[in-house]
Design a protein around this ligand. Structure first.
Ligand SMILES: [Zn+2]
Length: 434
Protein backbone atom coordinates (compact mmCIF):
# COMPACT_ATOMS: atom_id res chain seq x y z
CA UNK A 1 0.00 0.00 0.00
CA UNK A 2 1.30 3.43 -0.88
CA UNK A 3 1.71 5.32 2.39
CA UNK A 4 1.98 8.92 3.45
CA UNK A 5 5.65 8.47 4.28
CA UNK A 6 6.82 12.08 3.95
CA UNK A 7 3.58 13.99 3.46
CA UNK A 8 -0.16 13.36 3.60
CA UNK A 9 -1.33 11.88 0.30
CA UNK A 10 -4.77 12.51 -1.15
CA UNK A 11 -7.23 10.31 -3.01
CA UNK A 12 -11.00 9.90 -3.38
CA UNK A 13 -13.56 7.11 -3.80
CA UNK A 14 -13.83 6.78 -7.55
CA UNK A 15 -16.92 7.98 -9.38
CA UNK A 16 -17.05 11.47 -10.89
CA UNK A 17 -19.68 13.15 -13.03
CA UNK A 18 -19.66 12.17 -16.70
CA UNK A 19 -19.71 14.99 -19.28
CA UNK A 20 -23.17 15.79 -20.72
CA UNK A 21 -22.36 14.64 -24.25
CA UNK A 22 -21.11 11.31 -22.90
CA UNK A 23 -24.30 10.95 -20.81
CA UNK A 24 -26.32 11.45 -24.01
CA UNK A 25 -24.43 8.57 -25.64
CA UNK A 26 -24.77 6.38 -22.52
CA UNK A 27 -28.48 7.03 -22.39
CA UNK A 28 -28.83 5.82 -25.98
CA UNK A 29 -26.70 2.75 -25.20
CA UNK A 30 -28.56 1.63 -22.06
CA UNK A 31 -32.04 2.34 -23.45
CA UNK A 32 -31.43 0.41 -26.67
CA UNK A 33 -31.44 3.45 -28.97
CA UNK A 34 -29.09 3.59 -31.98
CA UNK A 35 -25.65 5.11 -31.29
CA UNK A 36 -22.25 5.04 -32.92
CA UNK A 37 -20.04 2.55 -31.09
CA UNK A 38 -16.76 4.11 -32.21
CA UNK A 39 -17.89 7.58 -31.18
CA UNK A 40 -18.93 6.19 -27.81
CA UNK A 41 -15.60 4.40 -27.25
CA UNK A 42 -13.60 7.49 -28.26
CA UNK A 43 -15.64 9.77 -25.98
CA UNK A 44 -15.17 7.47 -22.98
CA UNK A 45 -11.43 7.43 -23.64
CA UNK A 46 -11.19 11.23 -23.93
CA UNK A 47 -13.39 11.69 -20.84
CA UNK A 48 -11.04 9.46 -18.82
CA UNK A 49 -8.05 11.49 -20.05
CA UNK A 50 -9.76 14.76 -19.09
CA UNK A 51 -10.83 13.56 -15.67
CA UNK A 52 -7.41 12.11 -14.79
CA UNK A 53 -5.64 15.33 -15.79
CA UNK A 54 -8.11 17.36 -13.77
CA UNK A 55 -7.63 15.19 -10.68
CA UNK A 56 -3.86 15.68 -10.84
CA UNK A 57 -4.28 19.43 -11.35
CA UNK A 58 -6.61 19.51 -8.35
CA UNK A 59 -4.02 17.88 -6.09
CA UNK A 60 -5.18 14.25 -6.09
CA UNK A 61 -2.12 12.03 -5.54
CA UNK A 62 -3.89 8.70 -6.18
CA UNK A 63 -6.36 9.24 -9.03
CA UNK A 64 -8.65 6.93 -11.00
CA UNK A 65 -10.74 6.93 -14.19
CA UNK A 66 -13.74 8.55 -12.48
CA UNK A 67 -15.80 5.53 -13.67
CA UNK A 68 -16.36 7.48 -16.90
CA UNK A 69 -16.91 4.23 -18.81
CA UNK A 70 -19.57 2.87 -16.45
CA UNK A 71 -23.13 3.91 -17.36
CA UNK A 72 -24.28 3.24 -13.79
CA UNK A 73 -23.97 0.62 -11.16
CA UNK A 74 -26.40 -2.01 -12.45
CA UNK A 75 -25.39 -1.55 -16.08
CA UNK A 76 -21.80 -2.11 -14.95
CA UNK A 77 -22.63 -5.37 -13.16
CA UNK A 78 -24.77 -6.58 -16.06
CA UNK A 79 -21.88 -5.93 -18.45
CA UNK A 80 -19.42 -7.91 -16.30
CA UNK A 81 -21.43 -10.94 -15.09
CA UNK A 82 -23.57 -13.54 -16.85
CA UNK A 83 -26.37 -15.35 -15.01
CA UNK A 84 -28.50 -12.29 -14.21
CA UNK A 85 -31.74 -10.88 -15.55
CA UNK A 86 -32.11 -7.12 -15.56
CA UNK A 87 -35.66 -6.30 -14.54
CA UNK A 88 -36.39 -2.72 -15.39
CA UNK A 89 -38.32 -0.60 -12.93
CA UNK A 90 -38.32 -3.28 -10.24
CA UNK A 91 -35.60 -1.74 -8.12
CA UNK A 92 -36.33 -0.79 -4.54
CA UNK A 93 -34.33 2.23 -3.37
CA UNK A 94 -33.59 0.40 -0.09
CA UNK A 95 -32.96 2.08 3.28
CA UNK A 96 -36.35 0.90 4.53
CA UNK A 97 -36.07 2.28 8.07
CA UNK A 98 -34.85 5.63 6.81
CA UNK A 99 -37.59 5.89 4.18
CA UNK A 100 -40.24 4.87 6.74
CA UNK A 101 -39.07 7.61 9.10
CA UNK A 102 -39.00 10.36 6.44
CA UNK A 103 -41.44 9.27 3.69
CA UNK A 104 -42.18 12.76 2.34
CA UNK A 105 -38.51 13.66 2.17
CA UNK A 106 -37.53 10.47 0.34
CA UNK A 107 -40.43 10.57 -2.07
CA UNK A 108 -39.22 13.98 -3.19
CA UNK A 109 -35.52 13.02 -3.04
CA UNK A 110 -35.76 9.77 -5.04
CA UNK A 111 -37.78 11.53 -7.73
CA UNK A 112 -34.65 13.30 -8.90
CA UNK A 113 -31.71 11.74 -7.06
CA UNK A 114 -30.06 8.32 -6.81
CA UNK A 115 -31.67 5.95 -9.37
CA UNK A 116 -34.37 8.59 -9.96
CA UNK A 117 -31.73 10.85 -11.47
CA UNK A 118 -29.94 8.15 -13.45
CA UNK A 119 -29.98 8.17 -17.23
CA UNK A 120 -32.13 5.04 -17.47
CA UNK A 121 -34.08 4.70 -14.23
CA UNK A 122 -33.94 1.78 -11.83
CA UNK A 123 -32.96 -1.74 -12.81
CA UNK A 124 -32.93 -4.73 -10.51
CA UNK A 125 -30.58 -7.59 -11.27
CA UNK A 126 -31.80 -11.05 -10.36
CA UNK A 127 -29.60 -14.12 -10.56
CA UNK A 128 -31.51 -16.73 -12.59
CA UNK A 129 -28.62 -18.97 -13.76
CA UNK A 130 -25.03 -19.92 -13.06
CA UNK A 131 -22.88 -16.81 -12.56
CA UNK A 132 -19.81 -16.37 -14.72
CA UNK A 133 -17.53 -13.49 -15.68
CA UNK A 134 -18.07 -12.01 -19.12
CA UNK A 135 -16.43 -8.61 -18.68
CA UNK A 136 -12.98 -9.46 -20.08
CA UNK A 137 -13.23 -6.98 -22.91
CA UNK A 138 -14.89 -4.31 -20.73
CA UNK A 139 -12.24 -4.40 -18.00
CA UNK A 140 -9.48 -4.46 -20.64
CA UNK A 141 -11.02 -1.32 -22.17
CA UNK A 142 -11.21 0.38 -18.74
CA UNK A 143 -7.56 -0.48 -18.06
CA UNK A 144 -6.37 0.66 -21.50
CA UNK A 145 -8.24 3.95 -21.18
CA UNK A 146 -6.76 4.65 -17.76
CA UNK A 147 -3.24 3.72 -18.88
CA UNK A 148 -3.56 6.00 -21.90
CA UNK A 149 -4.79 8.83 -19.67
CA UNK A 150 -1.74 8.45 -17.43
CA UNK A 151 0.78 8.95 -20.24
CA UNK A 152 3.28 11.59 -19.14
CA UNK A 153 1.88 11.75 -15.60
CA UNK A 154 3.48 10.29 -12.50
CA UNK A 155 0.95 10.11 -9.64
CA UNK A 156 1.94 8.44 -6.38
CA UNK A 157 -0.33 5.51 -7.28
CA UNK A 158 -3.50 4.82 -9.28
CA UNK A 159 -6.64 2.93 -8.28
CA UNK A 160 -9.63 1.36 -10.00
CA UNK A 161 -12.89 0.40 -8.23
CA UNK A 162 -14.84 -2.85 -8.61
CA UNK A 163 -17.99 -4.01 -6.85
CA UNK A 164 -18.04 -6.34 -3.84
CA UNK A 165 -19.87 -9.65 -4.36
CA UNK A 166 -22.60 -8.84 -1.82
CA UNK A 167 -24.06 -5.97 -3.83
CA UNK A 168 -24.50 -7.55 -7.18
CA UNK A 169 -28.16 -8.60 -7.17
CA UNK A 170 -30.84 -10.86 -5.72
CA UNK A 171 -30.46 -14.63 -5.82
CA UNK A 172 -33.20 -16.81 -7.30
CA UNK A 173 -30.94 -19.56 -8.63
CA UNK A 174 -28.53 -20.85 -5.98
CA UNK A 175 -29.72 -22.97 -3.09
CA UNK A 176 -28.17 -20.76 -0.42
CA UNK A 177 -26.83 -17.21 -0.12
CA UNK A 178 -23.39 -18.68 0.65
CA UNK A 179 -23.33 -20.58 -2.64
CA UNK A 180 -24.55 -17.53 -4.51
CA UNK A 181 -21.98 -15.14 -3.01
CA UNK A 182 -19.22 -17.69 -3.55
CA UNK A 183 -20.14 -17.93 -7.24
CA UNK A 184 -20.21 -14.15 -7.67
CA UNK A 185 -16.86 -13.82 -5.86
CA UNK A 186 -15.40 -16.54 -8.08
CA UNK A 187 -16.51 -14.58 -11.15
CA UNK A 188 -15.43 -11.15 -9.86
CA UNK A 189 -11.98 -12.56 -9.07
CA UNK A 190 -11.20 -12.26 -12.79
CA UNK A 191 -11.88 -8.54 -12.69
CA UNK A 192 -10.02 -7.99 -9.40
CA UNK A 193 -7.00 -9.86 -10.77
CA UNK A 194 -7.02 -7.91 -14.05
CA UNK A 195 -6.97 -4.57 -12.21
CA UNK A 196 -4.09 -5.57 -9.95
CA UNK A 197 -2.15 -7.20 -12.82
CA UNK A 198 -2.47 -3.91 -14.71
CA UNK A 199 -0.48 -2.29 -11.88
CA UNK A 200 -3.39 -0.42 -10.29
CA UNK A 201 -4.63 -0.52 -6.73
CA UNK A 202 -7.94 -2.40 -6.59
CA UNK A 203 -10.70 -0.69 -4.63
CA UNK A 204 -13.55 -2.96 -3.50
CA UNK A 205 -16.76 -0.92 -3.26
CA UNK A 206 -19.04 -2.32 -0.58
CA UNK A 207 -21.85 -0.08 0.70
CA UNK A 208 -23.77 -3.28 1.42
CA UNK A 209 -21.81 -4.13 4.53
CA UNK A 210 -22.93 -1.04 6.43
CA UNK A 211 -26.46 -1.46 5.07
CA UNK A 212 -26.71 -4.67 7.11
CA UNK A 213 -26.24 -2.64 10.27
CA UNK A 214 -28.27 0.43 9.31
CA UNK A 215 -31.79 -0.01 10.70
CA UNK A 216 -31.73 -3.67 9.71
CA UNK A 217 -34.56 -5.97 10.91
CA UNK A 218 -31.98 -8.77 11.46
CA UNK A 219 -31.06 -9.84 14.97
CA UNK A 220 -27.53 -9.07 16.16
CA UNK A 221 -26.52 -12.70 15.63
CA UNK A 222 -28.00 -12.86 12.13
CA UNK A 223 -26.37 -9.59 11.23
CA UNK A 224 -23.00 -10.81 12.35
CA UNK A 225 -23.37 -14.09 10.50
CA UNK A 226 -24.40 -12.32 7.28
CA UNK A 227 -21.60 -9.74 7.58
CA UNK A 228 -19.05 -12.50 8.01
CA UNK A 229 -20.49 -14.30 5.00
CA UNK A 230 -20.08 -11.08 2.96
CA UNK A 231 -16.48 -10.72 4.09
CA UNK A 232 -15.69 -14.36 3.33
CA UNK A 233 -17.06 -13.81 -0.18
CA UNK A 234 -14.90 -10.70 -0.70
CA UNK A 235 -11.86 -12.59 0.54
CA UNK A 236 -12.63 -15.48 -1.80
CA UNK A 237 -12.67 -12.98 -4.66
CA UNK A 238 -9.36 -11.52 -3.44
CA UNK A 239 -7.54 -14.83 -3.03
CA UNK A 240 -3.94 -14.69 -4.20
CA UNK A 241 -3.96 -10.88 -4.38
CA UNK A 242 -1.56 -9.05 -2.05
CA UNK A 243 -3.54 -7.00 0.52
CA UNK A 244 -1.10 -4.12 -0.12
CA UNK A 245 -2.67 -3.73 -3.56
CA UNK A 246 -6.25 -3.66 -2.24
CA UNK A 247 -8.29 -0.96 -0.53
CA UNK A 248 -11.80 -1.50 0.76
CA UNK A 249 -14.46 1.20 0.64
CA UNK A 250 -17.70 1.13 2.56
CA UNK A 251 -20.23 3.92 3.00
CA UNK A 252 -23.95 4.54 3.45
CA UNK A 253 -25.07 5.10 -0.11
CA UNK A 254 -27.58 7.87 0.52
CA UNK A 255 -26.05 11.19 -0.36
CA UNK A 256 -28.22 13.90 1.14
CA UNK A 257 -30.83 12.20 3.33
CA UNK A 258 -31.29 12.78 7.08
CA UNK A 259 -29.42 9.47 7.60
CA UNK A 260 -30.39 8.97 11.23
CA UNK A 261 -30.28 5.19 10.67
CA UNK A 262 -26.65 5.04 9.48
CA UNK A 263 -24.81 2.34 11.42
CA UNK A 264 -22.03 3.59 13.68
CA UNK A 265 -18.51 2.84 12.45
CA UNK A 266 -17.95 1.05 15.75
CA UNK A 267 -20.49 -1.65 14.76
CA UNK A 268 -18.88 -2.33 11.40
CA UNK A 269 -15.17 -1.83 12.07
CA UNK A 270 -14.14 -5.20 13.46
CA UNK A 271 -15.78 -7.15 10.65
CA UNK A 272 -14.52 -4.66 8.04
CA UNK A 273 -10.88 -5.16 8.97
CA UNK A 274 -11.26 -8.88 8.29
CA UNK A 275 -11.33 -8.00 4.59
CA UNK A 276 -7.90 -8.80 3.15
CA UNK A 277 -7.10 -5.21 2.24
CA UNK A 278 -4.22 -2.89 3.06
CA UNK A 279 -6.43 0.19 3.44
CA UNK A 280 -10.00 1.04 4.45
CA UNK A 281 -11.94 4.04 3.13
CA UNK A 282 -14.99 5.20 5.07
CA UNK A 283 -17.16 8.26 5.80
CA UNK A 284 -15.77 10.69 8.36
CA UNK A 285 -16.50 14.13 6.93
CA UNK A 286 -20.23 14.59 7.43
CA UNK A 287 -22.42 15.50 10.35
CA UNK A 288 -23.44 11.87 11.05
CA UNK A 289 -19.93 10.44 11.11
CA UNK A 290 -17.29 13.09 11.79
CA UNK A 291 -17.18 12.33 15.52
CA UNK A 292 -16.37 8.68 14.93
CA UNK A 293 -12.60 9.17 14.83
CA UNK A 294 -12.91 8.67 18.60
CA UNK A 295 -13.43 4.95 17.88
CA UNK A 296 -9.71 4.70 17.15
CA UNK A 297 -8.92 5.92 20.67
CA UNK A 298 -10.19 2.53 21.88
CA UNK A 299 -9.78 0.19 18.94
CA UNK A 300 -6.23 -0.32 17.76
CA UNK A 301 -5.81 -1.00 14.07
CA UNK A 302 -3.28 -3.63 12.95
CA UNK A 303 -0.02 -1.78 12.26
CA UNK A 304 0.14 -2.60 8.59
CA UNK A 305 -3.29 -1.10 7.81
CA UNK A 306 -3.88 2.33 6.29
CA UNK A 307 -6.99 4.45 6.92
CA UNK A 308 -8.54 6.57 4.17
CA UNK A 309 -11.12 8.60 6.12
CA UNK A 310 -13.36 11.01 4.26
CA UNK A 311 -12.07 14.53 4.95
CA UNK A 312 -14.42 16.06 2.37
CA UNK A 313 -17.99 14.88 1.85
CA UNK A 314 -20.27 13.90 -1.03
CA UNK A 315 -23.29 14.89 1.09
CA UNK A 316 -23.02 18.68 0.79
CA UNK A 317 -22.06 21.33 -1.76
CA UNK A 318 -20.26 23.31 0.92
CA UNK A 319 -16.53 23.31 0.14
CA UNK A 320 -14.73 22.30 3.29
CA UNK A 321 -12.28 24.86 4.62
CA UNK A 322 -8.67 23.60 4.26
CA UNK A 323 -8.09 24.29 7.97
CA UNK A 324 -10.94 21.93 8.82
CA UNK A 325 -9.61 19.34 6.37
CA UNK A 326 -6.22 19.58 8.09
CA UNK A 327 -7.84 19.15 11.51
CA UNK A 328 -9.64 16.03 10.34
CA UNK A 329 -6.43 14.54 8.93
CA UNK A 330 -4.44 15.37 12.06
CA UNK A 331 -7.03 13.75 14.36
CA UNK A 332 -6.57 10.44 12.56
CA UNK A 333 -2.81 10.82 12.20
CA UNK A 334 -2.40 11.31 15.96
CA UNK A 335 -4.42 8.15 16.63
CA UNK A 336 -3.04 5.73 14.04
CA UNK A 337 0.22 7.34 12.90
CA UNK A 338 0.75 9.88 10.11
CA UNK A 339 2.12 7.26 7.69
CA UNK A 340 -1.13 5.32 8.04
CA UNK A 341 -3.50 8.08 6.93
CA UNK A 342 -4.40 9.04 3.38
CA UNK A 343 -6.87 11.91 2.94
CA UNK A 344 -10.00 10.72 1.14
CA UNK A 345 -13.64 11.44 0.43
CA UNK A 346 -16.78 10.07 2.07
CA UNK A 347 -17.95 8.41 -1.14
CA UNK A 348 -17.93 8.87 -4.91
CA UNK A 349 -19.39 12.01 -6.47
CA UNK A 350 -21.54 10.32 -9.14
CA UNK A 351 -22.15 6.64 -8.42
CA UNK A 352 -24.89 6.75 -11.05
CA UNK A 353 -24.38 8.18 -14.53
CA UNK A 354 -26.69 11.14 -14.02
CA UNK A 355 -27.29 14.63 -15.35
CA UNK A 356 -27.92 15.79 -11.76
CA UNK A 357 -25.26 14.59 -9.31
CA UNK A 358 -25.86 15.87 -5.77
CA UNK A 359 -22.60 17.79 -5.66
CA UNK A 360 -22.23 19.96 -8.75
CA UNK A 361 -19.20 18.84 -10.80
CA UNK A 362 -17.58 22.27 -10.62
CA UNK A 363 -17.84 22.14 -6.82
CA UNK A 364 -16.15 18.72 -6.73
CA UNK A 365 -12.92 20.18 -8.17
CA UNK A 366 -13.00 22.97 -5.58
CA UNK A 367 -13.46 20.34 -2.87
CA UNK A 368 -10.46 18.40 -4.21
CA UNK A 369 -8.33 21.55 -4.12
CA UNK A 370 -9.48 22.23 -0.55
CA UNK A 371 -8.50 18.66 0.36
CA UNK A 372 -5.05 19.11 -1.20
CA UNK A 373 -4.60 22.45 0.60
CA UNK A 374 -5.70 20.80 3.85
CA UNK A 375 -3.28 17.92 3.29
CA UNK A 376 -0.45 20.43 2.81
CA UNK A 377 -1.41 22.18 6.05
CA UNK A 378 -1.57 18.89 7.92
CA UNK A 379 1.80 17.90 6.46
CA UNK A 380 3.49 21.02 7.81
CA UNK A 381 2.23 20.11 11.28
CA UNK A 382 2.84 16.37 11.14
CA UNK A 383 6.32 16.54 9.58
CA UNK A 384 8.03 19.46 11.36
CA UNK A 385 10.90 19.37 8.86
CA UNK A 386 8.51 20.82 6.27
CA UNK A 387 8.45 24.00 8.35
CA UNK A 388 12.18 24.62 8.11
CA UNK A 389 13.47 22.54 5.19
CA UNK A 390 15.06 24.55 2.37
CA UNK A 391 12.84 25.02 -0.63
CA UNK A 392 14.95 22.79 -2.90
CA UNK A 393 14.46 19.85 -0.54
CA UNK A 394 10.73 20.28 -0.30
CA UNK A 395 10.52 20.48 -4.07
CA UNK A 396 12.54 17.31 -4.63
CA UNK A 397 10.33 15.13 -2.45
CA UNK A 398 7.04 16.82 -3.20
CA UNK A 399 5.89 14.30 -5.80
CA UNK A 400 2.91 15.23 -7.92
CA UNK A 401 2.15 18.55 -9.54
CA UNK A 402 -0.63 19.03 -7.02
CA UNK A 403 1.86 19.59 -4.25
CA UNK A 404 4.39 21.71 -6.09
CA UNK A 405 3.04 24.80 -4.36
CA UNK A 406 4.35 23.70 -0.99
CA UNK A 407 7.94 24.28 -2.00
CA UNK A 408 7.52 27.81 -3.22
CA UNK A 409 4.97 28.94 -0.70
CA UNK A 410 6.06 27.50 2.64
CA UNK A 411 7.46 30.23 4.87
CA UNK A 412 9.67 29.39 7.85
CA UNK A 413 6.70 28.56 10.07
CA UNK A 414 3.75 28.42 7.72
CA UNK A 415 0.26 28.50 9.08
CA UNK A 416 -1.18 28.61 5.64
CA UNK A 417 0.52 27.89 2.31
CA UNK A 418 0.35 31.20 0.44
CA UNK A 419 -0.78 29.38 -2.67
CA UNK A 420 -4.09 28.50 -1.06
CA UNK A 421 -5.23 32.11 -0.83
CA UNK A 422 -3.31 33.62 -3.71
CA UNK A 423 -5.06 35.48 -6.50
CA UNK A 424 -3.98 32.78 -8.95
CA UNK A 425 -5.74 30.14 -6.90
CA UNK A 426 -8.94 32.14 -6.67
CA UNK A 427 -8.87 32.62 -10.43
CA UNK A 428 -8.56 28.90 -10.96
CA UNK A 429 -11.50 28.26 -8.65
CA UNK A 430 -13.67 30.81 -10.42
CA UNK A 431 -12.70 29.38 -13.79
CA UNK A 432 -13.84 25.95 -12.76
CA UNK A 433 -17.33 27.17 -11.96
CA UNK A 434 -17.94 28.80 -15.33
ZN1 LIG B 1 -19.33 4.90 -1.32
Amino acid sequence: MTRSTDRILTTHCGSLARPHDLLDLMKAKVTGQPYDHDTYARRVRSAVAEVVRRQIESGIDIPTDGEQGKPGFFAYVDERLAGFEARRGASSPGWAAEVAAFPEYYQEYFSHAMAGGAIAGGVKLTCTGPVSYRGHEAVRRDIDNLKAALAGLAPADVFMPAVAPSGVGANEYYRTDEEYLHAVAEAMHTEYRAIVDAGFLLQIDDPFLTDLYSGSPLSATERRRTAEMYVEAVNHGLRGIAPERVRFHTCYGINEGPRVHDAPLRDVLDVMVKVHAGAYAFEAANARHEHEYHVFEEIKMPEDKVLIPGVITHASNIVEHPELVAERIIRFARLVGRDNVIAGTDCGFSSQATYHPEVHPSVVWAKFRAMADGARLATTQLWPRWRTAPAWRQRSSGGSAGHAGLASSAPRRPRWPAQAVSGANMTRAAGAVS
